[in-house]
Design a protein around this ligand. Structure first.
Ligand SMILES: C[S@@+](CC[C@H](N)C(=O)[O-])C[C@H]1O[C@@H](n2cnc3c(N)ncnc32)[C@H](O)[C@@H]1O
Length: 821
C-alpha cells in the first residue's frame, strides 16, 4: 500500500528530484525496503536456491504467500509507473524483466528507449549511470565470488548445507545487489517521471545545461554509495564476500594478537581497531589451532622470577640487615663488626629474620624419648618359615615327658606384702608362679609367661614388640620396635620338641643340606626344633648380647623365652643372645659377624672356656667310669650325671636328691655353682659390663657340663660322631640356664654382709627362715638347693679378689674338689 500510494502520488521527475536521489539513497532503509529486497524480487528459482535442505519444508510453505504479496506490491508499483510511462515491462510473475539481469546494459537501453523525448536527456544520464554502475557492481561481485569460492570465511558459519551456502554466496551476491540497484533506480525514475510530467520542457533545458557532466559524476558517486548501502543491507555474508580482499589483510593483522599478549593492546590501538567478534566455524578451527601453536612456539617463555620478600621500612625491626646466617653472638665477631664501622642497630639483634632463616635452612631435631616405631611395610619376609607359637611334642618326646612329669610343684613362700621379688624362690629356680603355687596374686612379679600370654592375646605390633629384619651379612634377624625393661620377657622360643634320636634323624635327612639350624637343647635330653617355630628362631648370636635365652618351668612344663638383658632394650635394637655355640666339629665352625668389640671370631665358646670344657669332659668321663663300676644301673648313673652337670631337668635333680640326704645334694649342686662362680670370676671384667661376661662364663660352664650328657646319649644310641653330622646345636640349653647361674652370685653380695651359719652364706635372716621353713615342707630339697644355688646373685658387684678371698669362694673351691674326687 505504501508503494502504491507513493507511486500513485509520485511527483514528476525534476532536477530537484534527481538531486534528491542522494537524499533517498542515504535514508535509512526501513523494514519494508528490506522486505522488498529480500523477498519481492526473487524469482522462484532463486528462492528455491536460497532455501536450505534443513528448512526446505518451511520455506516451501511460506513461498506462495510471500510471492503473492510481492507480486501485488510490484504490480501496484508498476501500475502507477505504467500509467505514467507505459514503458516498463512486466513479466508473468509480476517481477521486472529478467533481461536486465542477464544483460544489464541491454535492459537499461530498453528502458531508456521507451522513455519519452522530454525525458531523453535524463534517461541518457541514467542509462550511463546504470550501465556504469551495473558493470562496476558486477565486476566487483564477480571478483568477490571468485575469491569467496572455496574458502569463504563465513561459509561454514551458517547452519545451511554446503550446496546452499555456495548458491547463497553466488546468487545472493549477484542477483540481490543488481536487483536492489535496479529497483532503487526504477523507483527514482518513477518518482522523477511523476514530477516531470508537467515540467518536461523545463527539465530538458536544465538537463542540457553544462551541469550534465557533473551530474554523471555525482551519479557515479551515488551509485557507489548505493552499492555500499546495498551491501550493508545484504548482511554479513555478502559484506564478507565483497570485502574479502580488504579483510584478508586485516585478518592477517589479527594474528599477532595471540602471540604477543602483552604488546597486543598497543599494536591494536595503533594499527587497527579491534575486530568484531565472530563465531569460529569448523573450517576455521584447524587454521586457528595452527595459529595458536605457532604463537605458542614463537612466544617467548615467561621468565619466572622468585619473589623476594619486601621487608617493612617502618616499625620495631626496621634497620636490620637481612642476612641468612645466624646472628653473630661471640665477642670476637662483635668486635670485628665494630671495627668494620657503625652499622644499624647492632646492639640488640631482633629476631626479625629468625623465622625466615629457619624456613630456608631448616633445623635438625631429635625426639627426646624413644617411641614405638615399627618398620614400614614391604620388608623382606623369610619364605620357609612355618610358624607355631606353642611347643609341639613330636613322636616319643611326649611319652618321655609324661613319664618324667614332676609330681609336685614348686610352692612359692613369698609373702603378700613383699610380693614375688628377686628373692622369690620360684624365681631362683626358674619356676613361674601361678595361682596354684603362689598366693601373692596380682602383685606377684614372677609371672613372665603369663604377661607374655596377655600381650600376645592383646595383639598388635606394640604388644608383640619384635619384627623380622634382613641383616646385611647374617641372614634374617629380629629387632625390637619398642622398648623393653631390663629382664623383661620379650618372646617365647617355641617349636617342635623332639628326642635326640629324632634330631639326628632329621639332621641326616631333612636338614642335610641346610645352612641354618634352629635346634636347641630343651629339657630331659630333648631338643626343641624351631624350624617350625616362633619368631625367636631368627634371633642372631652376639658375643656381646643384649638378651638372654632362659628356660623356665611353667605349670610343670619347660618353656624357653628370650629375655631382655640387664640394660634393657631400646626401640630399633637388634636382639641378640649368646649362642655359646658348640660346633662339635671343625666343619661346623662358623665365622661370627656380630661386630662387637669382644667378638670371639667364631660362633663358639671362648678358647679358654673351651680348654676348661675339655678338662671337665675328661674328669666327667672318669667319674662316669667309676660310677658305672659301682652302680650297675646304668640309667641311674646317667641320670645322676645329668643332675650333676646341670643339663637335665630340675625334676630329675629333685628325684636324685630325694634318694640321698639333703645335705649331700646341697653340697653337690652348690659345689658346682661355686666352681662355676670361681671360673666366672677369673673371666669377669670390672665395671658394669662384667655382669654380662660373668653370666656368659657361667653359661659356658654349664654348657660344658651339658656336652657329656649329650655324648652319653649318643653312646647309648651307639652312633659315632663321625657318622652323624651333628647339628649346630645352640647350646643355649645351657645358656638358657645361665641366667640361673648368673643370679646366684647376686645373692653373694648379700650373704657377705651376714654371718654364715653353714658353709654357704645366706642373704638374710628372712631367706634363712624361708629355707628352714622350706626344709620342713614338701619341696624342701628343691628350695634348699635353690637357696644355696642362688646366693651369688650379683657377681658384677664383686671384685675378683673378694671372690677369691671370700668364704664362699673357698667353700666353692672345696666343693669343686670334692666333686672331682
Ligand atoms: C638360629 S639361626 C638365626 C637366624 C638366621 N640368621 C636366619 O636367617 O634364619 C642361626 C644362624 O644364623 C647365622 N648367624 C647368627 N648369628 C650370627 C653371627 N653373629 N655371625 C654370623 N652368622 C650368624 C648362622 O648362620 C647361624 O647358623
Amino acid at each position: 500500500m505504501e508503494s502504491q500510494l507513493r507511486s500513485a502520488g509520485a511527483p514528476p521527475a525534476t532536477p530537484a528530484a534527481l538531486s534528491d536521489l542522494n537524499k533517498h539513497t542515504h535514508e535509512p532503509i526501513d523494514d519494508t525496503m528490506a522486505f522488498e529486497y529480500s523477498e519481492q524480487l526473487l524469482t522462484p528459482e532463486n528462492s528455491r536456491s536460497e532455501t536450505s535442505s534443513n528448512n526446505e519444508n518451511a520455506s516451501t510453505e511460506e513461498k506462495p504467500t510471500v510471492r503473492r504479496r510481492s507480486t501485488r506490491v510490484t504490480r501496484a508499483s508498476l501500475r502507477g509507473e505504467a500509467q505514467l510511462d507505459g514503458d516498463m515491462e512486466i513479466d508473468n510473475q509480476g517481477t521486472l524483466s529478467t533481461a536486465g539481469e542477464s544483460n544489464p546494459a541491454v535492459s537499461g537501453e530498453t528502458l531508456l528507449d521507451k522513455a519519452e523525448g522530454g525525458k531523453r536527456s535524463q534517461a541518457s544520464h541514467l542509462r550511463h549511470s546504470i550501465a556504469v554502475m551495473e558493470s562496476w557492481s558486477e565486476a566487483t561481485l564477480a571478483q568477490g565470488n571468485m575469491e569467496s569460492e572455496g574458502d569463504h570465511p563465513m561459509a561454514p558459519d551458517t547452519p545451511v548445507s554446503k550446496s546452499s551456502q555456495e548458491l547463497q554466496a553466488s546468487d545472493m551476491s549477484t542477483s540481490l545487489q543488481q536487483r536492489t540497484l535496479r529497483k532503487r533506480v526504477e523507483r527514482i525514475l518513477t518518482e522523477e517521471g511523476g514530477n516531470n510530467k508537467g515540467k518536461v520542457t523545463v527539465t530538458a533545458k536544465e538537463i542540457k545545461s553544462p551541469v550534465r557532466r557533473s551530474s554523471r559524476l555525482s551519479l557515479l558517486e551515488k551509485a557507489s554509495d548505493l552499492v555500499g548501502r546495498a551491501s550493508s543491507v545484504l548482511g554479513k555474508r555478502s559484506r564478507d564476500v565483497m570485502g574479502k580482499g580488504k579483510e584478508l589483510g586485516r585478518r592477517a593483522s589479527l594474528r599477532p594478537r595471540i602471540t604477543t599478549p602483552k604488546e597486543e593492546p598497543a599494536q591494536a590501538t595503533s594499527e587497527a581497531p579491534p575486530a568484531k567478534k565472530r563465531r569460529v566455524s569448523e573450517g576455521d578451527l584447524p587454521v586457528k589451532i595452527q595459529e595458536i601453536q605457532d604463537a605458542v612456539q614463537e612466544a617467548p617463555k615467561p621468565v619466572t622470577l622468585s619473589k623476594t620478600k619486601r621487608w617493612l621500612a617502618h616499625g620495631l625491626y626496621t634497620g636490620q640487615e637481612h642476612t641468612e646466617s645466624r646472628p653473630l653472638q661471640s665477642r670476637n665477631r662483635n668486635a670485628k663488626r665494630r671495627s668494620q664501622g657503625p652499622t644499624q642497630r647492632k646492639l640488640l639483634p631482633m629476631p626479625m629474620f629468625a623465622g625466615d632463616r629457619l624456613l630456608k635452612q631448616g633445623r635438625d631435631f631429635q625426639l627426646p624419648f624413644d617411641i614405638f616405631s615399627p618398620l614400614p611395610s614391604g620388608q623382606p619376609k623369610p619364605n620357609e618359615w612355618r610358624k607355631t607359637n606353642k611347643n609341639v611334642f613330636v613322636g616319643e618326646a611326649s611319652s618321655i615327658w609324661r613319664a618324667n612329669k614332676p609330681l609336685e610343684l614348686s610352692k612359692c613362700m613369698c609373702a603378700e606384702e613383699t610380693g614375688c621379688d628377686e628373692e622369690c624362690q620360684n624365681r631362683y629356680m626358674f619356676y613361674e608362679c601361678d595361682d596354684s603355687n603362689c598366693g601373692v596374686g596380682p602383685e606377684c612379679g614372677n609371672r613372665n609367661f603369663e604377661e607374655l600370654k596377655q600381650r600376645t592375646k592383646a595383639g598388635g605390633k606394640y604388644n608383640i614388640g619384635v619384627e623380622v629384619i634382613k641383616t646385611e651379612d647374617r641372614g634374617y634377624g629380629v629387632r625390637s620396635n619398642r622398648t623393653f625393661e631390663p629382664n623383661q620377657v620379650i618372646v617365647e622360643y617355641t617349636g617342635e620338641i623332639i628326642t635326640q634320636a629324632e634330631c639326628e634323624k632329621r639332621m641326616r635327612t631333612i636338614y642335610k643340606n641346610n645352612e641354618c639350624y634352629y635346634l636347641m637343647y630343651f629339657d630331659q635330653n630333648m631338643i626343641i626344633d624351631a624350624t617350625r617355630g616362633s619368631i625367636a628362631r631368627f634371633v642372631n648370636h652376639s658375643c656381646e648380647p643384649n638378651c638372654r635365652m632362659e628356660k623356665w618351668t611353667v605349670a610343670g612344663k619347660p618353656r624357653m623365652a628370650l629375655f631382655a638383658g640387664d640394660r634393657g632394650i631400646m626401640t630399633g635394637e637388634e636382639l641378640t643372645y649368646d649362642y655359646n655355640f658348640d660346633p662339635y666339629s671343625q666343619k661346623n665352625v662358623q665365622q661370627c659377624r656380630c661386630g662387637s668389640g669382644r667378638c670371639r671370631g667364631i660362633l663358639g665358646p671362648r678358647p679358654r672356656e673351651k680348654e676348661q670344657r675339655s678338662k671337665e669332659k675328661e674328669l666327667r668321663a672318669e667319674n662316669e667310669k667309676k660310677s658305672s663300676s659301682k652302680n650297675n644301673n646304668k640309667k641311674a648313673s646317667i641320670t645322676k650325671q645329668k643332675v650333676l652337670n646341670g643339663s637335665t631337668s630340675r625334676v630329675n635333680k629333685r628325684q636324685l636328691l630325694g634318694s640321698k640326704s639333703i645335705k649331700s645334694g646341697m653340697k653337690k649342686v652348690v659345689s658346682k655353682a661355686r666352681a662355676s662362680t670361681s671360673k666366672a670370676t677369673t673371666t669377669s671384667r670390672p665395671g658394669s659390663k662384667a655382669t654380662v661376661t660373668t653370666k656368659t662364663s657361667k653359661t659356658t660352664t654349664r654348657k660344658t657340663t651339658a656336652t657329656p650328657s649329650r655324648r652319653q646319649v649318643k653312646k647309648d644310641n651307639t652312633k659315632s660322631k663321625k657318622e652323624v653330622k651333628l647339628p649346630k646345636v645352640k647350646t643355649t640349653k645351657t645358656k638358657a640356664r645361665a641366667p640361673a647361674c648368673a643370679r646366684k652370685p647376686t645373692q653373694t653380695t648379700k650373704t657377705q654382709s651376714t654371718p654364715s651359719t653353714s658353709k654357704l652364706s645366706r642373704p638374710s635372716e628372712k631367706t634363712k627362715a624361708k629355707i628352714l621353713q622350706a626344709a620342713k615342707g614338701t619341696n624342701t630339697r628343691r628350695r634348699t638347693v635353690k637357696k644355696e644355688d642362688t646366693k651369688p646373685k650379683n657377681p658384677a658387684k664383686r671384685t675378683s679378689k673378694a671372690k677369691e678371698t671370700s668364704p664362699r669362694g673357698k667353700a666353692a673351691s672345696k666343693a669343686a674338689k670334692s666333686t672331682k674326687a
